[in-house]
Design a protein around this ligand. Structure first.
Ligand code: NAD
Length: 476
């Protein structure tokens, strides 16, 4: 499955300047591939191919587009193991996490095959003039998609599938740490019937210049980005020049609120999932865990026991629960968060020491008594560290949970549904998990408020990010 060249107009090509860059296995620190690096001339070739392919694709019936997406889901579902293996090799995540991602990634093709035929319109009579107000949605135009390394498959398919359903052609720039999975998807899309030029993949060492160039081409109308808030801001500024439609899935700082009436088993299970899915390398990862003071001791003990029981190792070993982090700088950042919290008074309940040797490993770690001033309370940890704080007052915990510029996802655990729903509504987050540690679902609108982003992926909203609304005022 290993493709290492650029994918433009349905063909594998070397980059215009012949440059390449290495992809490293985080478990062994060995180079596993040398990948072609796209330059400006490659971007221009991809733009030309996309423009040509979109003419025909946008004119096809929604049903015809739907069938291709459905076929992509079928094909990918038959190859989950292969995709999962590749994801583990380039990203490091454990096999179970990689299988979860591959399944989730494939599901976007099925969901948007179903949505492709549901681009609803509307016809009403204008109240005053009596003219007909006809509203329909058109494909927005070429889209540039930029994705992160933490979900090499799913963050791509979550954009490609709705774009194709809407009738758009795309150029995708995968993260430089993990370009192989997206490249491996291309033969599958070809087999599903995606025409040449409709989906182009441009890994690059010069992401900034490349994406900026594509965003300034007048044929491009959408920029859809998943990644850090700081890069998102840069892209938003660039998008302003051509007033592109932006879809931004940015960083998070998810609070978990465990109320005094929570079911302990549910709260532990949900917190483990919210914290350890993808070994904490997720924008949705539990970052701040607020436990009511009456439960704190029991909760901390049980969470530490669960975390300590996880097996750390090379993610290709199916008995491993926690693989290595993606690279040395991510591991070192996690270690620095722990050191900072401890220096400020936090207690290490388990983990907390990176092993030596090969691989970017960091053990599942629980910190209690974490002070508000700790860096890990204010920044994304992006690793397997659970930072526990306590609270006694509901108003106080809502205020603390909302005290961040992020607003992606929050989690609430309580057996009192009325009270819990009241709290959910007061949390300034695009998504809330109530007695659940997992909110991601292709059928739901995924996205954040505040500096966690703009727009939604998945659900009914996801396809509209790639469409423009047109209104025709008609008389007859
Ligand atoms: P990143 O912002 O560093 O990189 C994301 C992508 O942008 C990569 O493809 C990278 O090569 C590219 N890039 C970097 N600089 C660029 C520039 N100047 N112009 C254009 N492209 C550029 O993020 P990352 O480290 O790959 O991923 C981790 C971040 O992603 C975290 O902050 C996480 O919260 C966020 N994330 C958000 C979601 C979400 O749905 N909200 C999902 C996954 C990850």
């Amino acid at each position: 499955m290993k493709h290492t060249d650029l994918y433009i107009d349905g063909q594998w090509r070397d980059g215009a300047e012949g440059q390449r860059f290495d992809v490293v296995n985080p478990a062994t620190e060995e180079v596993i591939a040398s990948v072609a690096s796209a330059e400006i001339a490659d971007a221009d070739a991809a733009l030309d191919a996309a423009e040509k392919a979109m003419l025909d694709w946008a004119a096809r019936s929604p049903r015809a587009r739907s069938e291709v997406l459905r076929k992509a889901w079928e094909l990918m579902t038959g190859r989950l193991e292969e995709f999962a293996h590749l994801i583990t090799l380039e990203n490091g995540k454990a096999k179970a996490d990689a299988m979860g991602e591959a399944t989730y990634a494939a599901e976007f093709f099925r969901w948007f095959a179903e949505e492709a035929v549901r681009a609803d319109g509307m016809i009403t009579r204008a109240p005053a003039s009596g003219a007909r107000i006809m509203v329909h949605h058109k494909p927005a135009g070429l889209a540039v998609l930029v994705t992160p390394w933490n979900y090499p498959a799913a963050m791509g398919t979550r954009k490609i599938a709705p774009a194709l359903a809407a009738g758009c052609a795309v150029i995708i720039k995968p993260a430089s740490e993990t370009p192989l999975t997206m490249l491996a998807l291309m033969p599958l899309l070809e087999e599903a019937g995606v025409p040449a030029g409709l989906v182009n993949v441009l890994p690059s060492r010069r992401s900034g210049a490349l994406v900026d160039h594509i965003m300034h081409d007048p044929r491009v109308r959408v920029v859809s980005f998943t990644g850090s808030t700081s890069v998102g801001r840069t892209l938003l500024k660039g998008a302003a020049d051509q007033v592109l439609k932006p879809a931004m899935e940015l960083g998070g700082n998810a609070p978990v609120v465990v109320l005094e009436d929570a079911d302990m088993g549910t709260a532990i299970e949900g917190t483990m999932l919210a914290k350890m899915r993808n070994l904490g390398e997720a924008c949705t990862a539990a970052n701040r865990i607020y436990v009511h003071e009456t439960l704190a001791e029991d909760f901390t003990r049980r969470l530490s026991a669960e975390m300590s029981a996880l097996k750390v190792g090379d993610g290709t070993d199916p008995s491993v629960n926690v693989g290595p982090l993606v690279n040395a700088s991510t591991r070192d950042k996690v270690a620095a968060f722990v050191a900072d919290a401890v220096a400020k008074g936090a207690r290490v309940e388990c983990g907390g020491v990176a092993p030596g040797g090969k691989g970017f490993y960091y053990p599942p770690t629980v910190l209690s008594n974490v002070p508000e001033t700790a860096d890990c309370v204010n920044d994304e940890i992006f690793g397997p560290v659970a930072a526990i704080q306590t609270f006694s007052d509901e108003e106080d915990v809502i205020r603390r949970a909302n005290a961040t510029e992020y607003g992606l996802v929050a989690y609430v655990f309580s057996e009192d549904f009325k009270r819990a729903l009241q709290i959910c509504e007061r949390l300034d987050y695009g998504m809330v998990g109530l007695n659940r540690g997992l909110v991601s679902d292709p059928a739901a609108p995924f996205g954040g408020v505040k500096q966690s982003g703009l727009g939604r992926e998945g659900g009914h909203e996801g396809m509209l990010e790639f469409m423009e609304t047109q209104y025709i005022s008609a008389s007859w």
